[in-house]
Design a protein around this ligand. Structure first.
Ligand code: HEC
Length: 153
């Protein structure tokens, strides 16, 4: 039988805990992921956002939101989706103007396209760049502006 030293096993345990997902009781992990080196890495690898296009909100936008976003952000965007209570960091309430006024359209676009980490937010907000096309991501930004009935200040 192979004998592992205590330190080795302790090391493995730390790694496994570190690999935990974005579920409950991972508050420390969520904060750890926001450390500057990771931020820097993301800055380097992500393509520059060219320009915000005010894509119209269509039936497709609304359906996309219901299909891909509502399970966390809620059917009406109030941050109360079915998965909300399972996440360490609560999904944003997209109807909350006082918060969304503080975010630019570029930041919302980047959060949707490249995920929460790309804008200094939690990794529980997934990246959609491989799922949604440009037009849809732009229109989701406008849809969120419709939900909050607000613009960036
Ligand atoms: C797995 C759950 C989950 C899904 C699915 C999800 N989100 Fe999120 N989203 C989050 C969480 C959690 C946050 C909050 C991150 C934070 O505050 O640190 C967030 C934050 C955001 C933000 C705000 C970022 C900011 O600047 O504060 C936007 C915009 C957003 N989500 C849009 C979307 C859109 C659009 C979709 C669907 C295409 C979507 N989300 C799907 C969990 C989710």
């Amino acid at each position: 039988m192979i004998r592992y030293s205590k330190n080795f096993l302790a090391g493995i345990t730390v790694v496994l805990v570190g690999l935990g997902g974005c579920g409950q009781n991972h508050e420390e992990q969520a904060t750890a992921n926001l450390k500057p080196p990771i931020q820097q890495e993301i800055e380097e690898i992500r393509p520059q956002v060219s320009q915000i296009v005010r894509a119209p909100v269509t039936e497709k936008t609304r359906k996309t939101y219901q299909w891909y976003c509502a399970q966390c952000h809620g059917i009406e965007g109030k941050g109360d989706g079915i998965n909300a209570k399972l996440l360490t960091v609560p999904p944003r309430n997209h109807t909350k103007a006082s918060y969304l006024e503080t975010r630019t359209d570029e930041q919302l676009y980047e959060a949707i396209k490249f995920g929460g980490l790309s804008v200094g937010r939690a990794p529980c907000m997934p990246a959609w760049e491989n799922t949604l096309d440009e037009e849809t991501i732009h229109s989701l930004v406008q849809y969120i502006r419709e939900l909050c009935q607000c613009e960036a200040l």
